[in-house]
Ligand binder design. Structure first.
Ligand SMILES: Nc1ncnc2c1ncn2[C@@H]1O[C@H](COP(=O)(O)OP(=O)(O)O)[C@@H](O)[C@H]1O
Ligand SMILES: [Mg+2]
Length: 251
C-alpha cells in the first residue's frame, strides 16, 4: 500500500450541532492516500454529516478539515474537488437526459479538463467500469449496478486523490456489490486513491477496508482493523442496541 508521500485527509475535533442535536461531536479522522477506509455506525450515527463536512457541503460548528496539511475548512465543494477531494452521494445523482458517455465527460470538463482530454478520459473510464458498450445510451436506461458504476466513473473523471463514497452499494445485489468492490480495489491500486466508504453491508466493509472507524451518536467509538472493530465491545453494544445487523445504518 502506497501512501503517496504521506498525503492525507484529516478532520480535527469536528462538531456539527443542529439545534441541540450533536450530529458530530469531537470527531477526529485520518484517511491516508492509498488506503481503503470504512466509516460505519448505526443509523443516525453521523456518517453522512461527517462526509458532508469533509466534502464542504456542511460547515462544522467547530473543528477543521485538512487536505495534505492545508486547511480547507472554508473551501466550497467545487474547490475541494479541484484539489482532489471528490465525493459521491447516497442515491446517485446522474444527469438523466445525458448519455452515459456525456455524464463522465461532464465530470472531466467540470474538473478543468480540455475537450479532447475529457473525451479520452471518459472513454478510458467507461472501459474500466465495463460500460463502454453503453456509452451512447441515455443514463436512464442503465440498471442499478451500472448506474452506480457510472457514478463512480464520473467521480474518477475529476481525477481525485481522495474519493468519499456514501453507501455506493445500497440497492445492489450481491454480485453487483462484489463487482463494485473489485473495481474500487483496482482504482485504489492504480491511482493510489484514498477511499472513504460508508456502507451498511458489514460483509463488504470487513472484506474491503484496511481500517474502519465506527461512529455512534456522533462520537467515535472505535478505530482499527476489521478484526479489531469486530471484537470491540463498544461496537458490539452499539449495534446490539438498535437490533440486528440488517437493521442498522440504512440512512
Ligand atoms: N440538516 C440537518 N438538520 C437537522 N438534523 C440533522 C440534519 N442532518 C442530519 N441531522 C441529524 O444528525 C444525525 C446524524 O445524521 P446522519 O449524518 O444522516 O447519520 P447517518 O448517515 O450515520 O445515518 C441524525 O440525528 C440526523 O437526524
Ligand atoms: Mg447516511
Amino acid at each position: 500500500m502506497s501512501t503517496a508521500n504521506g498525503e492525507r485527509l484529516e478532520a480535527k475535533d469536528v462538531r456539527v450541532h443542529f439545534d441541540g442535536v450533536k450530529a458530530i461531536d469531537e470527531v477526529d479522522l485520518v484517511v491516508n492516500r492509498g488506503e481503503l477506509f470504512g466509516l460505519i455506525g448505526p443509523n443516525g450515527a453521523g456518517k453522512t454529516t461527517l462526509v458532508n463536512v469533509l466534502s464542504g457541503f456542511q460547515q462544522p460548528t467547530s473543528g477543521r478539515i485538512f487536505l495534505s496539511g492545508n486547511d480547507v475548512t472554508k473551501l466550497p465543494p467545487h474547490k475541494r474537488s479541484a484539489r482532489g477531494l471528490v465525493r459521491t452521494f447516497q442515491g446517485v445523482r446522474l444527469f438523466h437526459r445525458l448519455t452515459v458517455f456525456e455524464n463522465v465527460e461532464v465530470g472531466a470538463l467540470g474538473a478543468g479538463a480540455g475537450r479532447q482530454e475529457a473525451r479520452s478520459l471518459a472513454r478510458d473510464l467507461l472501459e474500466r467500469v465495463q460500460l463502454a458498450d453503453k456509452a451512447d445510451d441515455l443514463a436512464t436506461s442503465l440498471a442499478h449496478g451500472q448506474e452506480r458504476r457510472l457514478g463512480i466513473a464520473r467521480a474518477l473523471a475529476m481525477r481525485p486523490r481522495f474519493l468519499l463514497l456514501d453507501e455506493p452499494a445500497a440497492g445492489l445485489n450481491e454480485a453487483e456489490s462484489d463487482e463494485l468492490l473489485r473495481s474500487l480495489v483496482g482504482f485504489r491500486d492504480e491511482f493510489s486513491l484514498g477511499v472513504l466508504i460508508i456502507e451498511h453491508d458489514m460483509r463488504m466493509i470487513m472484506r474491503l477496508c484496511e481500517r474502519i472507524q465506527v461512529l455512534d451518536h456522533g462520537k467515535t467509538i472505535a478505530i482499527g482493523t476489521p478484526a479489531e472493530v469486530r471484537a470491540n465491545q463498544a461496537v458490539i453494544e452499539a449495534y446490539l442496541g438498535v437490533g440486528r445487523e440488517s437493521d442498522v445504518a440504512q440512512g
